[in-house]
Design a protein around this ligand. Sequence first.
Ligand code: AMP
Length: 511
Amino acid sequence: MKPWEEKTLFGLLEDTVKKHGERLAVVDSNHEYTYEQLLEKVCKLSDYLYYLGFRKKDRVIVQIANSAMFEIVIFSLFKIGAVPILILPAHKEHVVDAICQRAEPVAYITMEDFYGTDYRKAAIKLKDKYSFIKHILTVSELEEIIEKENVERADTEPVSPRNLAFLSLSGGTTGIPKLIPRYNGEYCYNAICTAGHCKMDESTVNLTAIPAAHNFAFGTPGMIGTVYCGGLNVMCEYPSPLEIFDMIETHKVTMMSFVPSVVSLCIQYREIDESYDLSSIKYILVGGAMFTSEMAKKCEEILGGILIQVYGMSEGMTFLTDTKADDYVRFNTQGKPCAGEDEFKIVDEDFNPVPDGTEGEIVVKGPYTIHEYYRASKSAQSSFKDGYYRPGDKGIKDKTGNIIVTGRSKEMINRAGEKIMPSEVEKFFADLCGVKNCAALGIKDELLGEAICVFYEGDDEYTTSEVSKLFREKQIEDCCIPDRIIRVMDLPLTPVGKTDKNRLREMISDE
Ligand code: AMP
């Protein structure tokens, strides 16, 4: 049997309870459960859900903030073989509506209050609209259920490694996300390979500060990898630097997964407040969006631990830098695939491999990378070719065999015929004094076809002529000089915290 055909996600929890039952499994600001207690709560909830009518293969919307309850709900659905659809708290009602039409969930599990929003209201609207939604359950109702006496043990159907485990949402920033089917065996393998890579064991204390429902925090290695190793999952509900640092100090957190915007906030906060003890940090995983070498260096210098850069996608493939890699690799590359069976190529427009060191389109395949989307339209098939998945990213395989992601293929700016990757412009712009965050994109221009526009957060107001002078002083090529510069208070973010370039595009077209 292949290693990606062996395990189920609920089986991982059961195995860990046998080995580490008395160890602490999960904490949030109000709860703390050992593995034995976690399993007991999971079983109680799955029995209850079974008696409500939840069955194997039923889809269930889960939109819950980072909490112990998130973990309990997910594992109780895994136990039944029901299929959670992982929706991030920041996903808007129209997105959930479209997902409902595609997946026909039988239930919507959500929360009463998060950042002042009552999620029940949207759930009720959807239940009224779609007769297939039979139940709305909220976190506080579930809290009561897991504290009650046992209901009769449910006679659930067995779940196999080949069974669909959950559906997650593709990471696009406009349009309706596609549904990504992830199966028990392959997902366990993805989590186990990445956990091994990050040297996780039962002493690991993993902080979940980005949404737990996002693949990066969920299982690469994230929450699932921590369960596999018998470590402790620390769930951070409101991911401000203050709360993050407080949790790191209190629980002696050893590893965490951040998107670059969270790293940037933490660095800024740390520079003004050094009072928290962060010495327990061993590894900081950073991925999900472009991360400059300067930020990478600062991450280790200011927050501590060893940086592990991660390039991955909810569709599967995960690249990571080695924990023992030298400074060049850790600060400048996104590593190698986590499993020996993974394959990747950098190809040209005709899908032919380009030589190492040359930029091209990244294409990937392997035992845990998907071959198709769930109930997808025909057009979604263009994401696959010759057995490879095409994430739409550009990159280089460098001389050390590590990958360097250079940007999104679709984001390439064509300025009067000159092709410029936004990441190139961003790299130079981020170096300007007082610039905290920036994003470059192509905007329509009558003369040039596309012009370069940079949005930035920062202390100083820059004009294009000042930036042009500063760029020229640094011998930066003329084609990277922005044509337009817009200072903003905050760059808009996607639900998981990546810069939302489509929103920036809309801001320009709204003018
Ligand atoms: P998601 O499915 O939401 O995880 O998004 C996956 C996409 O995020 C990838 O296809 C990339 O475009 C982007 N991404 C992930 N990791 C990185 C990284 N380390 N550097 C640059 N982009 C990244």
